[in-house]
Design a protein around this ligand. Structure first.
Ligand code: COA
Length: 142
């Protein structure tokens, strides 16, 4: 499985994937706007001409934030490989800490992040439209 940096032509399939996973949260327009902001990049996994997984990232100085991560088929190691590639990329860029938010009831994602070494550093009450709290996770690279 090869994780690659996303190219502009990957945005459309990436938006399709994110829209499938988080309806209404990340359509192509939103993704294009995010992409245009300085420090935004994405990692993707293609398999036999199909975009299987992706991660959208924003870096500001020595901090990075994962905006969204997801895969078409779960439990095949895509999440783990994306986070490994993220870690390597961030270390190369001199990032000190990576942050992300996750809904407190998203147990697969919480398990993935914990396994990748992220630790819980906070809670944002009522953060999601559903009313669910967000848990804030961080990974220190120094
Ligand atoms: C969360 C998500 C990215 C995990 O990716 P993944 O490719 O399935 O993860 P991996 O196959 O690398 O699994 C890594 C670990 O995560 C945990 N995990 C993944 N799916 C799980 C599930 N359905 N239930 C419980 N734990 C799970 C396990 O600890 C797993 O390790 P194991 O298989 O050795 O037990 C994926 O389920 C997904 O795309 N979900 C929908 C989008 C989403 O919620 N994104 C996160 C918020 S933006």
């Amino acid at each position: 499985m090869k994780v690659e940096s996303a190219r502009p032509e990957d945005l459309e399939p990436l938006a399709e994937l994110f829209e499938l996973l988080h309806p209404g949260a990340f359509d192509l327009e939103i993704l294009r706007q995010q992409w245009a902001l300085p420090g935004t990049s994405a990692l993707v996994v293609w398999l036999e001409g199909r975009l299987m997984a992706g991660l959208l990232l924003r870096q500001v100085l020595d901090e990075a934030e994962v905006l969204v991560v997801g895969c078409r088929v779960s439990r095949r190691g895509y999440g783990t490989r994306l986070l490994e590639a993220l870690r390597a990329e961030c270390m190369a860029q001199g990032v000190a800490r990576i942050f992300l938010e996750v809904a407190e009831d998203n147990h697969p994602a919480i398990a993935l992040y914990s396994k990748a070494g992220f630790g819980r550093v906070g809670r944002r009450r009522g953060y999601y439209r559903s009313g669910a709290d967000a848990l804030l996770y961080a990974l220190s690279l120094r």
